[in-house]
Design a protein around this ligand. Structure first.
Ligand SMILES: Cc1ncc(COP(=O)(O)O)c(C=O)c1O
Length: 357
């Protein structure tokens, strides 16, 4: 029997959100709402779906490995050069490439204890160590992180999954100024589209900070989670290094074409952003008026304190056809994360929460 490397065994299994089919089978319910994986509640951009369908005639062909059409469009969007971009099979893949390129066995990387679990898995996969720091009142302790001399990579998730808390562009900029140049900062911006503050000038940041790698995704705002497509923006040196080990055909052709079309679907994007912003505010206020603690969120989800019975509460919600995410695996066992849904979904959720009070 071949033996997996020792460090692989120490990686906890990824705990995905429960699926609609799982809950349907378990409770025999016909109507189920899933607000557990921060997917777009409006589905996928119509223009992206049309572009995806058009690809059917070309499925026998390999995709162009570096996704040149998409890279060109993204370069214009972010005012960067094409050499500053890499497309991945989801932004997950960019995180994995970064760990494999920049960490040696025994090195340290650091990130929060309550954050996206993929950071620690990609670090451990290469035999490096993930030193987790606790959040301070649900925020990254940005002041103390640059002093983390042993780290080769610092992972910052802004807004953070699962808390939704986030820093202003100025705070992140001030933090970046303090990080020594030899430390790679991975700034995961998977949820940054939903933050009410405007985008930071990434074209300036990557020039000033050649040690900065920003990751972005089409999975959330553009509703393309199932196709797996995301990207990284960084200095030429970083992108060049990541490209060296990128699997040649990592992002598939339909995903590239759907992402390209999704960027043009202004109506879908605006509707998604406007509804998310309005509904996040309403959901937060309504849950607070029922007596729940809700963290301020700049994402497409809210983080809610339920208390010691959070796990049982989530199971009870599932029995009512409502799937949300219990945060035990995020080191926050008294909390749940709820994706901001459509107005109707949010109303349904609140009705069930009301019964529980
Ligand atoms: C913080 C964060 N980063 C990255 C990802 C991965 O996104 P993708 O679907 O692009 O791999 C997720 C997915 O949920 C996430 O929550």
């Amino acid at each position: 029997m071949p033996q997996a490397r020792k460090e692989i065994e120490s990686i906890p299994d990824y705990v995905p959100g429960k699926s609609i089919d799982e809950i349907r089978e378990k409770y025999g319910l016909s109507h189920i709402t899933k607000l557990a994986s921060n997917e777009n509640p409006f589905g996928t951009s119509g223009m992206a779906v049309a572009a995806y369908k058009k690809c059917a005639a070309k499925l026998h062909l390999y995709p162009r490995g570096f996704a040149p059409e998409l890279v060109k469009k993204l370069a214009l969007k972010w005012k960067v050069n094409e050499e500053n971009l890499i497309v991945g099979n989801g932004s997950d893949e960019i995180l994995d490439l970064a760990a494999r390129v920049y960490l040696n066995k025994g090195d340290y990387a650091t990130g929060a204890s309550s954050t996206f679990s993929v950071y620690s898995s990609v670090v451990k996969t290469v035999g490096a160590k993930y030193k987790a720091f606790p959040l301070e009142s649900f925020y990254y302790p940005l002041e103390s992180l640059p002093g983390f001399k042993n780290a080769k990579i610092i992972f910052i998730c802004n807004p953070n999954n699962p808390t939704g808390t986030y820093f202003s562009n100025k705070k992140i900029f001030d933090f970046l100024k303090k990080v020594p140049e030899e430390i790679l900062v991975v700034l995961d911006m998977a949820y940054r589209d939903f933050t009410d503050e405007g985008e930071p000038p990434l074209h300036k940041w990557i020039k000033q900070f050649p040690n900065l790698l920003c990751t972005r995704t089409f999975s959330k705002l553009y509703g393309l989670a199932g196709l797996r497509i995301g990207y990284g923006i960084a200095s030429e040196q970083i992108i060049k290094a990541l490209k060296k080990i990128k699997p040649p055909f990592n992002s598939n052709y339909p995903a590239q074409m759907a992402a390209l079309a999704a960027l043009d679907d202004v109506r879908f994007v605006e509707k998604s952003l406007k509804t998310n912003s309005e509904e996040r505010k309403k959901l937060t206020q309504n849950l607070q008026s029922l007596g729940f603690d809700v963290l301020p969120s700049g994402a497409n989800f809210v983080c809610v304190k339920i208390g010691k019975t959070a796990k049982e509460f989530v199971t009870w919600l599932e029995s009512k056809g409502m799937i949300v995410r219990h945060l035990g695996s995020f080191d926050m066992p008294e909390w749940v994360r709820i994706t901001v849904g459509t107005p109707k979904q949010n109303k349904d959720l609140l009705k069930i929460f009301q019964i529980s009070r």
